[in-house]
Ligand binder design. Structure first.
Ligand code: PFF
Length: 344
């Protein structure tokens, strides 16, 4: 049997797994969810789910992957044929999420350039500009293809030479950029209203629905239940202690979600904007905030969209790897084939 490729270093593995976990879920979903569902009360419940359930599931996924040395489908199958479907569900979920990550990643990449070329010069036109951009048939498609090329190139280069190498550069970059935005955001006048929105606990908002929302967010944000951490675990050396690594990945994921909230919401409140989530938040509200900052907003805008692109790319890479690893393990395909395609 062919020797399975391993991560080159412990830190590289941690960066790659954190890269998968940290994505759009942290940046455009978590802050608003927290604010809309009881602030600090939601965060407390979320942290409970993350550290009690999420962390154990992550350790289990790493363990299953490492022990079997196979990605999701093969890993479950090697325990019992009856469980193969669980791996299949994971691969199918990853495949479908992969359907929207490169779309949004492409938009984000486009917005790096749009920020630098005058998007923020007229705050009144930003909403229409976004509508026009995503409504046009060619432009978003082109950007999606560029994003996909990066995505495919990274996965094609393999575990240590592709995914790990990219994550080791991209993840620290993301952290530095977010820290930079956070400092700007909290030093704006009236920033405390944003912090209050996200963090002030309001237990009267907590219902059964809130618990479900927090649990769903915990699973999605930690990239659990989709074969991703099983796949990443399958490239892990037997020497590693799993709980430590899982704890660091989990802490990084939670840390970035909270940092993203502090980077966006105080600024949002400072400029009197309405809190929201999703595309409307990052492609309309956030650019308007930067436009209101004047000339320096151009720089902050570009920094924000680079960070968003990085977060999307490292998650998208992990989603593609779930599918590619399945094809390699179960369908006998060669990663070299992807490299060849990518290098053509
Ligand atoms: N964890 C990512 C996020 O929070 O945006 C999304 C994700 C990536 C889920 C990879 C699942 C996965 F396998």
């Amino acid at each position: 049997m062919k020797q399975r490729e391993n991560w080159g270093s412990r830190i590289g593995f941690i960066m790659a797994a954190a890269g998968s976990a940290v994505g759009l879920g942290n940046i455009w979903r978590f802050p608003y969810m927290a604010g809309d569902n009881g602030g600090g009360a939601f965060i407390l419940i979320y942290l409970g789910f993350v550290f009690v359930i999420g962390l154990s599931v992550m350790i289990a996924e790493f363990a299953v992957g490492r022990r079997t040395g196979l990605a999701a489908v093969g890993a479950y199958k090697s325990y019992s044929d009856r469980w193969t479907f669980a791996g299949v569900i994971g691969v199918i979920s990853a495949f479908f999420i992969m359907g929207f990550y490169p779309v949004v990643g492409g938009w984000s990449l486009a917005y790096v350039f749009k920020s630098l070329t005058g998007l923020m010069s007229d705050s009144g036109a930003i909403g229409d500009a976004f509508g026009g951009f995503i409504g046009s048939p060619v432009e978003p498609l082109g950007w999606m293809l560029v994003f996909l090329v990066f995505n495919i190139l990274i996965v094609a280069k393999g575990i240590a030479g592709g995914i790990e190498k990219a994550a080791r550069v991209l993840m620290p970059t993301l952290l530095v950029l977010l820290a930079f935005l956070t400092v700007r955001s909290v030093t704006l006048p009236g920033a405390s209203a944003g912090l209050e929105f996200i963090f002030k606990p309001d237990f009267s908002e907590v219902s059964g629905q809130t618990l479900l929302a927090a649990l769903g967010q915990a699973f999605f944000s930690l990239s659990l239940g989709m074969g991703c951490m099983i796949t990443y675990g399958s490239y892990l050396s037997k020497k590693e202690t799993l709980p430590n690594n899982a704890l660091i990945v989990t802490a990084l994921d939670v840390g970035v979600a909270i940092l993203a909230g502090i980077a966006i919401f105080p600024a949002l409140f400072s400029f009197g904007m309405e809190p929201t989530a999703g595309p409307g938040l990052v492609f309309v509200v956030v650019p308007i905030i930067f436009a209101e900052m004047g000339a320096i907003g151009t720089l902050f805008g570009a920094v924000f969209f680079i960070a968003l692109t990085v977060a999307a790319l490292t998650s998208s890479v992990s989603l593609l790897e779930v599918v590619v690893a399945y094809l390699i393990d179960q369908r006998g395909m060669e990663r070299n084939l992807f490299i060849l395609l990518a290098e053509l």
